[in-house]
Every structure is written in structure tokens, then in C-alpha cells.
Design a protein around this ligand. Structure first.
Ligand code: ASN
Ligand code: ZN
Length: 319
């Protein structure tokens, strides 16, 4: 009965995503130019109309517009990361084209995945600069695409915090891979390049020390917990999806540094196996932790699995 239920939910989710245009129709051949994660960058020119004017397609030369060119390079680095490290061809595993829009809105202080494409604001210039400035933020937004097309983690409460967590994990891994950095040499920050000089902070989030990324009169203090004892119960932010993600984020950091070497290798692979495996869209922290332990044992051995368990114990998800 559960298997049938899962299949029914799956079919429902796929239908919903297809209706929103995120998935190609079953049996349809992807457009040739879009195969292999071909990029197309658009300029919204300060409006909020998507996708905006096409300004740079795959293989086109740099435009000289920093936002366009950073987005082009960041989408490329993220696509190449998924392909070379995990053998995944673009977000859907089938070479889906990567669409991005920059200069979205006026002084727009965010970047997001809209269900079928990436969108980047220019920032207000006072606290935030343009959102294409951080490769980990580009990797974060693209990972939302992977999640939406696969596990479908519901963007609310603990499953929503896991959705955010998965995006932070693959965001930092894209950056660490790009820089060739081992786990213990990395800064584990998300969005460090986005903060205008003078802001009292280092980044949007810290995966190694959640809650310490910023403390500025204009932004308040970083609200992220790094342990279940400090789990935040709130109705804001879809039940604190960008807040409680600090807890699994720190578990991933603890694991990656305990294993040593490049975090995208064993730790990242375990997370990939988990999110592309048999995971429910309403997965909570405890269930996710159990799935990662199982994935670690399946791909590696009991010793690695024990390290995964220890990381979750370190943040109080496993007693
Ligand atoms: N930058 C945010 C994110 O990707 C935007 C949002 O909250 N949807 O999570
Ligand atoms: Zn996000």
C-alpha cells in the first residue's frame, strides 16, 4: 500500500512540475541546443518580467556585463561539477538547458529558482551587491532545481530546511571543487562575496558555525542554530527553512572534516545517493539522517557509516 501511495504521489508531483514547465513532456526530445545543460542568460533590465531579453547563449563571448558573465560562468561551473563529479547531465539528468535572468527588479536583494529558471537581483548596493558574485549562491539556486526535479522536498518545516540544506551543501561543494579545496581548508560560507564592505558580517550563512555569519544593526543577527537544542519554532520563512537548515548544514561540515580530503568525494556522494534515492518529499531530519547512514554503508563501509552517524549525533539529530 505504501509503495502504491508513493507512486501515486510521485506521479502527482511530476504532473505538477510538468504543468509548471520544469520537466519536458514524457517522450519528448529535448531541444538540441538545450542538450547538455546549454546556458542562456537573459537581462530583465530592472523589470520583473521573466525571462527578459536573451543576451548570451552557450558559446557566445563575454558581454562585459559582470552580472551576465558571472552568471554564465557560475552556471557552467555548476553544470560541469554535477557532470564530472557525479555523472549527472544538468539538473534533470537529461541535459536540460540552464536559463538564468540577471538585473531582475530594482535593488532586488535576492536570487531564486522559480520552478524552471534561475533569477538574480542586483542587490541594494548598501548591504548586498549583485547576487551573481558568489559561486556558492549560484550552485545553491541550481540545486533547488535538482531537488524540485527529484526528491521534491516540501518547502516547509523540517523537509523545507532539508531542501535549503541540500542547496547549501551543493552550493559550497561547487565552490570548493572550483577552488580545489579540501574540507578543512574551506571557509564553509554561503554568500561571502555578496556583502558590501562595511556590513558587520562574513556571509549569509556559515555551515561550520551557524549563527555567526553576521550581526549588523541593519540585518540583525544570524538566526541559525547549529544543534537540535536550539531548533527554532516559527511560522516565518515557511517554518524557518533558512534558519533550521543550520543544523543539517553543521552535520555535513562535521562529517566532511572528519572524513578529510575533498568534501565532494565521500560526504558529497553520500548526500547525492540520499537525495536521488528512495526519499520521501516530507522527509524530516531524523529520517534524512537515517537515509545518509544507510547510503554510506551501501556505497562505502561500516566505518564511514559510523562517521555519518557521529556527525548527526554532533548536532543532536540522533541521540
Ligand atoms: N535565495 C533564497 C533561496 O534560494 C530565495 C528564497 O527564499 N526562495 O532559498
Ligand atoms: Zn534556497
Amino acid at each position: 500500500a505504501r509503495a502504491r501511495h508513493v507512486r501515486a504521489v510521485d506521479a502527482e508531483l511530476r504532473r505538477a512540475r510538468r504543468t509548471r514547465g520544469a520537466l519536458p513532456d514524457e517522450g519528448a526530445t529535448p531541444d538540441a541546443p538545450a542538450g547538455g545543460g546549454a546556458r542562456s542568460l537573459h537581462d530583465a533590465k530592472g523589470e520583473q518580467q521573466l525571462p527578459g531579453d536573451l543576451v548570451r547563449g552557450e558559446g557566445d563571448p563575454a558581454t562585459g556585463d559582470a552580472a551576465v558573465d558571472e552568471a554564465y560562468d557560475g552556471l557552467g561551473a555548476t553544470r560541469d561539477f554535477w557532470r564530472t563529479v557525479y555523472g549527472r547531465d544538468s539538473l534533470d539528468g537529461r541535459g536540460m538547458g540552464l536559463v538564468g535572468t540577471v538585473h531582475y527588479g530594482q535593488q532586488y536583494d535576492n536570487a531564486f529558482w522559480d520552478g524552471s529558471q534561475m533569477v538574480f537581483g542586483d542587490g541594494d548596493g548598501v548591504i548586498f551587491t549583485r547576487f551573481t558574485a558568489s559561486l556558492d549562491v549560484i550552485g545553491h539556486e541550481l540545486a533547488h532545481g535538482v531537488t524540485e526535479l527529484t526528491s521534491g522536498l516540501v518547502y516547509q518545516g523540517q523537509s523545507g530546511a532539508l531542501n535549503e540544506h541540500v542547496s547549501d551543501v551543493f552550493g559550497v561543494l561547487v565552490k570548493q571543487h572550483h577552488l580545489g579545496q579540501d574540507a578543512d581548508a574551506a571557509d564553509w560560507l554561503i554568500g561571502a562575496e555578496l556583502l558590501v564592505p562595511g556590513v558587520q558580517g562574513r556571509a549569509l550563512r556559515s555551515m561550520s558555525e551557524p549563527g555567526t555569519a553576521y550581526d549588523d544593526p541593519r540585518m540583525g543577527k544570524d538566526p541559525q542554530p547549529g544543534h537540535m537544542d536550539d531548533f527554532v519554532v516559527t511560522s516565518a520563512d515557511n517554518g524557518g527553512v533558512h534558519i533550521n537548515s543550520g543544523i543539517p548544514n553543521r552535520a555535513f561540515y562535521l562529517l566532511a572534516t572528519a572524513l578529510g580530503g575533498p568534501a565532494w568525494e565521500r560526504a558529497g556522494q553520500i548526500w547525492v545517493d540520499t537525495i536521488l534515492g528512495d526519499i520521501r518529499a516530507d522527509c524530516d531530519f531524523a529520517r534524512f539522517a537515517a537515509l545518509t547512514v544507510v547510503a554510506a554503508r551501501a556505497r562505502y563501509d561500516d566505518e564511514v557509516a559510523a562517521r555519518v552517524l557521529a556527525a548527526w549525533q554532533g548536532v543532536g539529530v540522533v541521540p
